[in-house]
Design a protein around this ligand. Structure first.
Ligand code: TEU
Ligand code: CA
Length: 555
């Protein structure tokens, strides 16, 4: 029998730096995680995905790895890790590791060797190119600003870094690199980890022609058509599957920047030849301006629905979806897609949870989402820690593309640091995250929004998420029902049904703060159905109240 436990699971993402600090240095750590496992058990999640905990100089908070088989000093030791893993397993929780193998840190010993000279045995572990007319090999920009090429004096050549210059891209065309990666993965699997979330795995195969990209904002060329879903990516993943993944009982999710439906059908094919599922990015890019993600514009429900419904219907029977609103790279969902003001924060957070968890796929909950944590709304540039935010501010203001006010406003809306403020545990100093000085400011709203308070309030967002997660275990239709969009022109309501054999699940969510007309629940047959969950106790016929969400099971 094929093992598909990952379809029934709910995954909780921990960003270790911001989760819980056990020793007062202001930085979250592994012992902090271990100390809070009962909280996660109470929520009811099955799997924990840990953002990177490996040795790293932290240019990009651990996404720049200098040793894949060691733990970051600030986070603890390998003994702490082993204890954490065994405490998870004791509680029936599984652990997914972040696997960052598109690039390493420039402080990884492979790269330190590679840059020494052209005949070093590690030279071909990375992507080196000669200068073109005395300049960069092409016009590609890095995701974190500046050119994607860095000149290296020692050999007079450039190396490729799609992210920061401290994150050189590995050369996957080199058989030895692939073998090293596969051996390292096997080592972690033998240690007992239960899966991998693969960082920008869609970027490991580059177009060998390295053509110039289309220029944006008069700065650099866009490399995504030439680095995302490249010519050999599926071959590499199939090899990884044969050599590692198929030998263990794992859950695998590929972070797939630039993935299309057609590509997703290959990455997440139900035949199990590559990965279980991918993170697609389209709904995260629902609002884009001429400056890419840097805008404070609000989304349109019509566009959001179009994207999500497309992924729901087009992968049906072909591949499996992952479902997420939040992660460590995105602003807080309640601020972006809901309403984080005091009136509607909890209602809209519950509505968003309903909308997502009733869709077909594996849901992900990002730390604090279950509390309805909000954006940080930092007032000063000095509050920001994220390399992407800091570099973008500099590049855009210095080049007069956006002014200070515009950029600060865009950062408030979309900076990655919105998701990275410390987890709000209670109303004591620093939200109970640390007894020291936190590495990034705590959101002052922790006095109102924190886990302790949520656990004491039976109507909290926390208990609502707990119920959503539990429903998944009780109703097969939530896992297997076929998705169909409803009211596809409505400007305020997102509605759909799921169908399994003779059963139907009806889901409707009001994304607005108005009371809106809705007659989906008024027919006799629906009235006879069983309400599985709602964020309102009383409903009114013919309408949905502000941010109301309703789920009815019709036998
Ligand atoms: O993110 C890759 C990615 O494509 C983007 O989401 C990007 O980080 C950015 O947010 C675009 O605005 C992954 C990790 O999740 C991210 O934290 C890392 O910084 C990045 O890869 C590099 O490893
Ligand atoms: Ca610490």
């Amino acid at each position: 029998m094929k093992k598909t436990w990952w379809k029934n699971s709910v995954i909780y993402q921990i960003y270790p730096r911001s989760f819980a600090d056990s020793n007062g240095d202001g930085i979250g750590d592994l012992n902090g995680i271990t100390a809070h496992l009962d909280y996660l058990k109470e929520l009811g999640v099955d799997v924990i995905w840990l953002s990177p905990v490996y040795q790293s100089p932290n240019d990009d908070n651990g996404y720049d790895i200098s040793d894949y088989q060691d733990i970051m000093k600030e986070f603890g030791t390998m003994e702490d890790f082993d204890r954490m893993l065994s405490e998870m397993h004791k509680r029936g929780l599984k652990l997914v590791m972040d696997l960052v193998v598109n690039h390493t840190s420039d402080e990884h010993h492979w790269f330190m060797e590679s840059r020494k000279n052209k005949d070093n045995p590690y030279r071909d572990y990375y992507i080196w190119k000669d200068p073109k007319d005395g300049k960069e090999p092409n016009n590609w920009g890095s995701c974190f600003g500046g050119s994607a090429w860095e000149y290296d004096e020692a050999t007079g050549m450039y190396y490729l870094h799609c992210f920061s210059k401290k994150q050189p891209d590995l050369n996957w065309e080199n058989d030895t690199v692939r073998k090293e990666v596969f051996d390292m993965m096997t080592w972690w699997c033998e240690k007992g980890v239960d899966g991998f979330r693969m960082d920008v795995i869609s970027m490991i195969s580059k177009d060998p022609a390295y053509p110039d990209g289309e220029v944006h904002d008069n700065l650099y060329g866009d490399n995504s058509p030439y680095v995302c879903n490249g010519p050999r990516v599926h071959e590499y993943l199939q090899e990884m599957n044969q050599k590692v993944l198929s030998k263990f009982d794992l859950i695998t999710v590929g972070e797939a920047a630039g993935v299309t439906i057609e590509e997703a059908k290959k990455y997440a094919n139900l035949d199990g030849s590559e990965l279980n599922m991918v993170f697609q990015f389209e709904h995260m890019g629902v609002v884009e301006s001429e400056h890419g993600k840097w805008t404070d514009k609000r989304f349109e429900l019509k566009k959001l629905r179009e994207i999500l419904n497309k992924w729901q219907t087009e992968l049906e029977g072909k591949a499996w979806n992952s479902l997420y609103w939040d992660n460590h790279d995105q602003p807080r969902a309640v601020s972006r897609f809901g309403n984080d003001g005091p009136m509607y924060r909890e209602l809209s957070a519950k509505m968003l949870g309903t909308c997502l968890h009733m869709m077909k796929g594996t849901p992900y909950v990002y730390q604090g989402e279950e509390l309805g944590m909000t954006n940080a709304y930092f007032k000063n540039m000095e509050d920001y820690r994220d390399i992407e935010s800091i570099n973008a501010y500099k590049e855009y203001t210095e080049n007069h593309i956006m002014n200070h006010e515009e950029m600060m406003s865009a950062l408030k809306a979309v900076s990655r640091d919105n998701a990275r403020t410390p987890m709000q545990w209670d109303d004591s100093a620093n939200a109970g995250f640390t007894t020291g000085t936190p590495w990034i400011s705590v959101n002052p709203n922790y006095l109102m929004i924190n886990a302790k308070k949520a656990l004491e309030d039976k109507d909290s967002v926390f208990y609502y998420y707990q119920k959503l997660i539990k429903l998944r275990k009780e109703h097969e239709i939530i896992i297997d029902g076929v998705f169909k969009g409803l009211l596809e022109d409505d400007e305020n309501i997102y509605a759909y049904e799921r169908v399994l054999r003779e059963q139907k699940l009806l889901v409707a969510c009001n994304f607005s703060e108005k009371t809106v007309d809705c007659n989906l629940f008024d027919s006799e047959i629906v009235k006879k159905g069983q309400e599985l969950i709602s964020n309102y106790v009383y409903h009114e016929e013919g309408v949905l109240k502000p941010y109301e969400a309703r789920v009815v099971l019709i036998p």
